[in-house]
Design a protein around this ligand. Sequence first.
Ligand code: 9L3
Ligand code: MG
Length: 150
Amino acid sequence: MTQDWVDSPPRPPEEGKVKLTLVVACALIDVDNRVLIAQRPEGKQLAGLWEFPGGKFEPGERPEQALIRELCEELGIVTQEACLAPLTFASHAYESFHLLMPLYICRRWQGDVTPKEGQALKWVRANKLRDYPMPPADIPLIPPLIDLLM
Ligand code: 9L3
Ligand code: MG
C-alpha cells in the first residue's frame, strides 16, 4: 500500500482554527400562519438581509433560555419554554466562523411584537419567504417551514 502522505498526513484545512458561533433563531407564527422576519439593521454584520429573529448564546445558556432572552430584547415579547418547539437546524461555514443555529417555532407569546432595535419587521407566508434576501444560513430553513405551514 502506498502512503505518499506519510510525512504530511491529510488533515482538515483549518484544524484547530475554526471559530464556532452558536446562535438560536425563531420562526414566530401568527394566527394567520404567517412567519415573522426581521431586517438586520445598518451597522450589523449582514445588514439589510432578512432573518429569523434570534442571536448568540450567552455562556451557560440552553437554546430555549437564549431564545427567550433574545425575543424579549429584540421584539419585546415574553414567551416560555413550553411554547418553543425545535423544528430544524442550520449549519453554515462563513469565511471566518462556522455557525450552528437551531430553529424553533413559537405560536404563543405575551406582548405586542415591537422592533426594539430599530429593525424592520414583516409577517410573511412561508411560500413567500424566498422573495426576501436572507443570510445564507437562513435559506435552508425555508423548506421545513413551507412543509409545516403550507
Ligand atoms: N445570524 C444568521 N441568521 C439568523 C440570526 C439570528 C443570526 N437568523 C448570524 C448573523 C451573525 C450571527 O449569526 O453573523 C450572530 O447574530 P446576531 O447576534 O448578530 O443577531
Ligand atoms: Mg440578533
